[in-house]
Design a protein around this ligand. Structure first.
Ligand SMILES: Cc1cc2nc3c(=O)[nH]c(=O)nc-3n(C[C@H](O)[C@H](O)[C@H](O)COP(=O)(O)O)c2cc1C
Length: 392
């Protein structure tokens, strides 16, 4: 990797310079007008912190436990599907997470087999959508368990909205010669990205090995997407069935409302992620940090509450923990690090977040992340959103 970068924003600028525009645009993602995408980061900026200057703690403890996994900082890798950013893709991310003592979420649309990712990081959760019939889901869960996944993340917030005001990249079905010829002009303007793949001897892989039935060829990204799109969406009974059939630690990702959080609890989940899918799904859903306080209060200690969407700094993590999350997950932050510098780039991002959490704890006068409370954060009037509570 090039030089150390000191903020996630800088990693993003490097990723933009290094990646072919279509690949960069696929990572930037967002949906429709980008209202949710923008609010996710803007909302953290609206929250204040109230620091002390003396009586501070000389040492700070950042460790915690999520879904039965001990992690050295309250930041996990959120599953993301597009990692043709770097030849080592998800394996590089998993190694970086292991090196920095945290857990990895692997997307079912990942380009690397789960077994290789588990080898790189035994603290790996497999992420699934509600896709295919129940038999196919059972077989997929069995394969994930056999490959060593230590938990399942079920992502349910997806409603297949595809337009973006700033345009979507045209991703090919597979990278064959015809597709390469079409993309050649923009790829040739990014020689360092291309050189990484040439050195690895492989083209970016757009298939989904973790969705392949034994002995069958891995479906293409779009083949798998089509199956998902035509699967009838799940009921809460289906969610309870999925959780029970998996049998181990289970996270439901994509909760925005109090009533859904309570239903997830009743379905027996271990954890929820308060999330709007990084602003990539239904536009105009509020930043999850606005919905977090009411959800955390409603579920109490019955369920582990995680938050994702919009985390770019250690102080964002501290704000989320103070308002009731046990940990956060990151998406784009590590994707920018991966694009900027492979495994060391992801380690760099995790180090930035660790450093930021540590300095915020120091300034707030706490010796542990577990001591954070809502009083550490200045929440402006009108900031929070209470969704899914009847106001009678
Ligand atoms: C390019 C991209 C691909 C994603 N793919 C998946 C996926 O396959 N499964 C999933 O559960 N979430 C997916 N997500 C959502 C992330 O897990 C996470 O919720 C989101 O990125 C968090 O917001 P942040 O990027 O602001 O940190 C994806 C996000 C991005 C940006």
């Amino acid at each position: 990797m090039g030089q150390w970068f000191e903020t996630v924003n800088e990693a993003q600028q490097r990723a933009k310079r290094r990646l072919p525009p279509s690949v960069y645009s696929a990572l930037l993602a967002g949906s429709e007008k980008g209202v949710s995408y923008s609010d996710n980061t803007a909302a953290f900026g609206e929250l204040g912190l109230a620091p002390h200057v003396a009586g501070l703690a000389a040492k700070r403890d950042l460790s915690t436990t999520i879904m039965g996994q001990d992690i050295s900082l309250p930041v996990l890798i959120s599953p993301t599907g597009v990692q043709a950013v770097h030849p080592e893709g998800e394996v590089a991310v998993a190694r970086a997470a292991a090196a920095r003592g945290t857990a990895m979420g692997l997307s079912s649309f990942a380009s690397k087999p789960l077994a290789d990712v588990v080898e790189a990081n035994p603290q790996t959760f497999f992420q699934t959508y509600w896709m295919g019939d129940r038999d196919a889901m059972v077989r997929r869960m069995d394969r994930a368990r056999d490959a060593g996944a230590v938990g399942l993340i079920a992502t349910l917030d997806w409603s297949f909205s595809h337009g973006r005001d700033w345009g979507s990249p045209k991703i090919p079905e597979r990278l064959d010669l015809k597709a390469m010829a079409k993309f050649a002009p923009e790829v040739l303007r990014r020689p360092r990205w291309l050189a990484d793949f040439v050195r690895s001897g492989r083209l970016p892989d757009l298939s989904t090995p973790n969705l392949a039935e034994p002995g069958a060829q891995a479906p293409t990204f779009f083949g798998a997407y089509g199956e998902w799109m035509t699967t009838p969406p799940p009921s809460w009974e289906d969610v309870a069935w999925l959780r029970e059939t998996w049998g181990g630690p289970f996270m439901l990702k994509g909760i925005c409302r109090v009533d859904d959080a309570l239903a997830a609890r009743d379905a027996g989940v271990t954890a929820i992620s308060v999330s709007n899918h990084g602003g990539n799904n239904l536009d105009s859903t509020p930043a999850p940090i606005r919905a977090l306080p009411a959800i955390a209060t409603a579920v109490g200690h019955d369920v582990e509450v995680v938050l994702d969407s919009g985390i770019r700094r250690g102080s964002d993590v501290v704000k989320a923990l103070a308002l009731g999350a046990k940990a956060v997950m990151i998406g784009r932050a590590y994707l920018w690090g991966l694009a900027a510098g492979g495994q060391p780039g992801v380690e760099n991002v995790l180090d930035i977040l660790r450093g930021g959490i540590d300095s915020a704890l120091l300034g707030l006068g706490h010796s542990s992340i577990h001591d954070l409370t809502p009083e550490d954060v200045i929440v402006p009037t009108g900031f929070t959103r209470v969704l899914g509570v009847s106001r009678t």
